[in-house]
Design a protein around this ligand. Structure first.
Ligand SMILES: *Cc1c(COP(=O)(O)O)cnc(C)c1O
Length: 231
């Protein structure tokens, strides 16, 4: 079941990439494992999943303790509370959800203490929905300027979550808006910052996200089935 689903998702990633003239390897799959038990994550690993995404710190750390890091990568994709930063630095290969200078600075400080550089993405609230995390598009450049001074983090790109709509075409304008914002800021070339990664697209809209430039798609339900508890 998980093996078949994973293969199906990989096939669709490849198709969407080829359809838009991109190399399939330019898109990486983050298998979102929140609420998914360790046994099922292990199955996905055996079936060839390499990157796992979690959105709750405590739950994620328990899973990392049990499954380890051998041949797999863990990404933190959820809203990160400042009091959890100390638990996250050093445990995840990429944090997708940095959305303020304060949070960036805290990750930087903790990383420097540990003698490491933490790769991060900046989460952008591209739709402007009040309920969504993420920096406002107008504030992104200033955040990136500030982040470029912080040697304990390395910005690798942007992430967004559009408003949920079951019709994937409804997500397209938000994905293209993030790409265009990236292109615009990349042109001004902020020192020490890369904006190569675009983390966008979930189970229902990842093919559209790929057509609009996604390099990381975060897919849970399409691999593991419906989650019992929401979020
Ligand atoms: C849960 C979650 C996903 C995956 O959602 P699915 O619809 O199950 O694919 C992706 N990104 C984030 C930030 C999430 O919290």
């Amino acid at each position: 079941m998980i093996t078949d689903n994973l293969q199906e998702v990989k096939n669709r990633i490849e198709e969407a990439a080829l359809k838009s003239g991109r190399a399939p390897e330019s898109v990486r799959l983050v298998a979102v494992t929140k609420t998914v038990p360790v046994e099922k994550i292990r199955q996905a690993k055996e079936a060839g999943a390499v990157i796992f995404g979690e959105n709750r710190v405590q739950e994620a750390l328990e899973k990392i303790d049990r499954l380890g890091n051998d041949g797999i990568h863990w990404h933190f994709i959820g809203h990160l509370q400042k009091n959890k930063v100390k638990h996250v630095v050093g445990r995840f290969d990429l944090i997708h959800s940095v959305d303020s200078v304060d949070l960036a600075r805290m990750i930087h400080t903790k990383s420097v203490e540990q003698g490491r550089v933490t790769p991060v993405l900046i989460q952008v609230n591209i739709s402007g929905e009040a309920s969504k995390s993420g920096v406002a598009p107008e504030a992104l450049e200033a955040l990136l300027q500030a982040a470029s001074e912080l040697k304990g983090i390395r910005v690798e790109g942007l992430m967004t979550i559009p408003p949920f709509d079951p019709d994937p075409e409804k997500s397209r304008s938000f994905f293209s808006a993030l790409r265009q914002l990236r292109d615009k800021i990349a042109k001004s070339g902020i020192e020490g910052i890369s904006l190569d990664e675009l983390s966008m697209g979930m189970s229902h809209d990842f093919t559209v996200a790929i057509e609009e430039g996604a390099t990381l798609v975060r897919v849970g339900t399409a691999i593991f089935g419906e989650r019992i508890s929401a979020k």
